[in-house]
Design a binder for this molecule. Structure first.
Ligand SMILES: NC(=O)c1ccc[n+]([C@@H]2O[C@H](COP(=O)([O-])OP(=O)(O)OC[C@H]3O[C@@H](n4cnc5c(N)ncnc54)[C@H](OP(=O)(O)O)[C@@H]3O)[C@@H](O)[C@H]2O)c1
Length: 262
């Protein structure tokens, strides 16, 4: 039986990813991580009809000691065949007004924590020659800037470049990595996003409500991985075109953005 470790499993994309995995692989051993054990237990309750073996592994990606302990546990459980990484934290604040601790937290949750985790995690499958598939849910904001997302964009951009560089280092090894860059997804992500003082934004933005279904994002992410892609923007045609336009004409994009948005 394959083992799939879903990080950021307690909300949003967590359950849809597990259900898509079930469609492809049937029964698996699921390891579910997030910070909140109670929320993980609710997820377990919803998934236990399909998955008879579920291990809950709560930890905080900001805490290196907790990451170390989680990895010890994962190794005791026999390692994993797939990692699905959905942990992320959003931002709703202007850079110059932002408390520095907010900037640091976003960088840590969205980038430094996962880099630390991978530094420790990869050693074992690499030493065993074990085949591991990995999906990282990044964001379209890693490739398309908008205002009031400086730290979020920076952290997701750092994650993008880090993973792309790592993929090249791991060439020829049995590790397959795919990162996806979704536009808005209909989850509670904006409610948990931090304002300039680090409080929860506590509001579901209209872009979020009009966003893609999480099931679609999970399915497209897995299809991208299994078809051999290493990167994929998941969005409507409109955002794909805007992202393409930005990559080709960054100066013109910024001029037009300022002209249109003021
Ligand atoms: N929703 C969107 O519009 C959108 C668009 C593009 C990309 N994304 C990306 O998609 C991913 C999943 O987001 P989502 O929409 O599913 O939102 P979500 O429901 O808020 O999921 C985020 C997950 O990250 C976990 N998390 C946050 N901080 C953590 C920490 N310090 N340690 C451990 N876990 C932590 C959350 O757990 P807690 O419940 O404990 O906070 C939650 O399980 C994120 O990486 C996000 O950047 C989202």
């Amino acid at each position: 039986m394959k083992t799939v470790w879903v990080l950021g499993a307690n909300s949003g994309l967590g359950i849809p990813f597990c259900e898509e995995i079930f469609k492809r692989w049937g029964e698996c051993h699921l390891i579910l991580s997030g910070r909140d054990l109670l929320k993980l237990e609710e997820v377990e309750e919803k998934l236990k009809k399909k998955f008879s073996r579920i291990t809950l592994l709560p930890f905080d990606i900001e805490d290196f000691d907790q990451i170390d302990s989680a990895l010890v546990k994962v190794n005791e459980l026999g390692g994993v065949d797939m990692m699905i990484y959905c942990i992320g934290l959003g931002q709703r604040s202007n850079f110059l007004e932002m408390d520095w601790k907010v900037f640091n937290k976003l960088m840590h949750v969205n980038f430094t924590g996962v880099a630390y985790l991978l530094r420790k995690f990869l050693n074992i499958p690499l030493s065993q020659g074990r085949y591991v598939e990995m999906i990282f849910v990044n964001s379209i904001q890693a490739v398309l800037p908008i205002p009031n997302r400086t730290a979020y964009s920076a952290s997701k951009g750092a994650l993008r470049n880090f993973l792309n560089s790592l993929m090249l280092e791991l060439k020829g090894k049995n590790i397959r990595i795919c990162q996806v860059f979704p536009a808005y997804i209909d989850t509670d992500f904006s409610r948990k996003a931090m304002d300039r003082q680090g409080n929860k934004h506590d509001h579901k933005d209209s872009n979020q409500s009009k966003g893609m279904r999480p099931e679609l994002v999970a399915r497209k992410s897995l299809e991208a991985l299994w078809s051999g892609k290493t990167e994929l923007i998941i969005s409507s045609f409109k955002y794909k075109i805007i992202a393409k336009f930005y990559s080709l004409f960054p100066n013109l994009f910024k001029k037009l953005f300022i002209l249109i948005r003021g």
